[in-house]
Ligand binder design. Structure first.
Ligand code: NAD
Ligand code: IPM
Ligand code: MN
Length: 455
């Protein structure tokens, strides 16, 4: 029979409560599917700090690396909030993600028919929402350097962090996102802040019949060079730059129209104007002046012609998520935007206590965890909703081990327990059966069993 080693990291707060439920569910589906699980429970986060003095002991990381998959509860709590950076539970979690190189964090948000009423949004808005946030997990501002504290010119204290992405980090998360969208409804929305963060115009047109050439230089640099040769050329290049920056055109027509209007008064030859039209069209095609993020995502799109790519600024995305969440299928975004948007998306589904996640790398074990934290406000009271962690265990089976049938058993059991009316406080509405974390866990086990009896 098949056998897997799973590292369990209960962590802090409600972490141990929800992990215990998920562990029982895994054990039961394992026995039904002829799968043996060897569980290795290791300290992590605040629990590890108290025990060993560090938030991610070496033994914990090596156990995680050596196992087939890792299931984490949650970490963090008031007790450690004022610790130095390297002695915070959260730092341990970042070290774990980096150590396992799990750069792709899949965070599905699905409104279950049973929980439409638990959503804070109107029924017609929430019903049928089924989206996937693909969050970059090992880069961006969470890890960027330089970071730290200093002084500015006025001698005033400063604190700084750096949002940085290398091209290959964007490339690989974008590929995961396109592949994900391809298997879903074929729509990918890349969320960024291209209107404010650094961007450049690095497509330029060469003379001689409008040949397109990529030189990776800024248009402004070209403009500088041309200035000495020909003042008019400098102006035209400046106009292109202006156009590209001013018009957020996905529509080449608008862009060209603007340009003709501006170029003719400058008095260019027809050849030059044609060239410039081509150039503007090219810039428009490529999503104009871009952050590196937007440029790379756009470039990769040509390899996925079956996926419809769109771009959205993060502030608008936050608004659209509550205005009309059904417009989204797959969302790809950076580490920090993904963190925020997935918490927002969770409320559409009724509760953050429902949302699982899978963090995957190019190889090696995946890390599976609910998207919520250690919920210190309800910890130790048997109030936590364990379903986000139970569903994370299902993702572990599916994405981590390729055990689709076992994963489906768990998912079906969660739906069945909800169908039978069981609710923890976070998803409760009148007329239903209010239960605690443990009892919800027992009901899930009963559902796993009864599905077998029915089959
Ligand atoms: P949180 O997610 O822990 O809690 C936010 C709110 O949601 C709280 O009111 C909490 O009671 C509720 N909630 C969360 N999970 C729930 C569940 N399963 N069932 C019912 N209600 C639930 O976020 P926070 O309060 O901002 O953070 C608390 C601590 O957790 C902090 O130390 C933070 O750093 C840490 N944290 C850890 C993780 C993680 O381990 N992956 C994620 C987020 C936050
Ligand atoms: C999450 C959490 C973590 C994050 C924290 C605890 C480091 O909020 O898993 O969503 O920001 O990634
Ligand atoms: Mn978070």
């Amino acid at each position: 029979s098949k056998s897997y080693t799973l590292t369990l990291l209960p962590g802090d707060g409600i972490g141990p409560e929800v992990i215990s439920v998920a562990k029982n569910a895994l054990q039961l589906v394992g026995s039904l599917e002829g799968i043996e699980f060897k569980f290795k429970e290791m300290p992590m986060g605040g629990a590890a700090l108290d025990l060993t003095g560090v938030p991610l002991p070496e033994e914990t990381l090596s156990a995680a690396k050596e196992s087939d998959a890792v299931l984490l509860g949650a970490i963090g709590g008031y007790k450690w909030d004022n610790n130095e950076k390297h002695l915070k539970p959260e730092t341990g979690l970042l070290q774990l993600r980096a150590g396992l190189q799990v750069f792709a964090n899949l965070r599905p948000a699905t409104v279950l028919p049973q929980l439409v009423d638990a959503s804070t949004l109107k029924k017609e808005v929430a019903e049928g929402v089924d989206l996937m946030v693909v969050r970059e997990l090992t880069g961006g501002i969470y890890f960027g350097k330089p970071r730290g504290f200093g002084k500015n010119e006025n001698g005033e204290e400063t604190g700084f962090n750096t949002e940085v992405y290398a091209a290959n980090e964007i490339d690989r998360i974008a590929r995961v996102a396109f592949e994900t969208a391809r298997k879903r409804r074929g729509k990918l929305c890349s969320v960024d802040k291209a209107n404010v963060l650094e961007r450049r115009v690095d497509e330029e047109c060469d003379g001689g019949g409008g040949r397109r050439r990529r030189r990776g230089k800024r248009t402004m640099v070209v403009a500088e060079k041309k200035r000495t040769e020909n003042n008019a050329n400098m102006l035209t290049f400046s106009v292109i730059e202006w156009l590209v920056l001013q018009t957020q055109c996905g529509e080449g027509d608008v862009c060209i129209h603007f340009m003709l209007f501006l170029i003719f008064p400058i008095g260019q030859s027809t050849t030059n104007v044609n060239l410039l039209i081509e150039c503007a069209a090219l810039l428009c095609d490529n999503g104009q002046a871009s952050m590196l993020w937007r440029k790379i995502v756009t470039n990769i799109a040509s390899e996925f012609p079956d996926v419809e790519l769109s771009h959205m600024y993060v502030d608008n995305a936050a608004m659209q998520l509550v205005r009309n969440p059904k417009q989204f299928d797959t969302i790809v975004t950076n580490n920090i935007f993904g963190d925020i948007l997935s918490d927002e998306a969770s409320m559409i589904t009724g509760s953050i206590g429902m949302l699982p996640s899978a963090s995957l790398g190019a190889s090696g074990p995946g890390l599976f965890e609910p998207i919520h934290g250690s919920a210190p406000d309800i910890a130790g009271q048997d109030k936590a909703n364990p379903l986000a962690t139970v569903l994370s265990a299902a993702m572990l089976l599916k994405y981590g081990l390729g055990e689709e049938k076992a994963a489906q058993r768990i998912e079906a059991a969660v739906l069945d327990a909800l169908d039978r009316g069981y609710r923890t406080g976070d998803i409760y509405s009148t007329g239903l059966k209010l239960v605690g974390c443990k009892e919800m866990g027992e009901e899930v086990l009963k559902s796993i069993d009864s599905k077998v009896a029915a089959a």
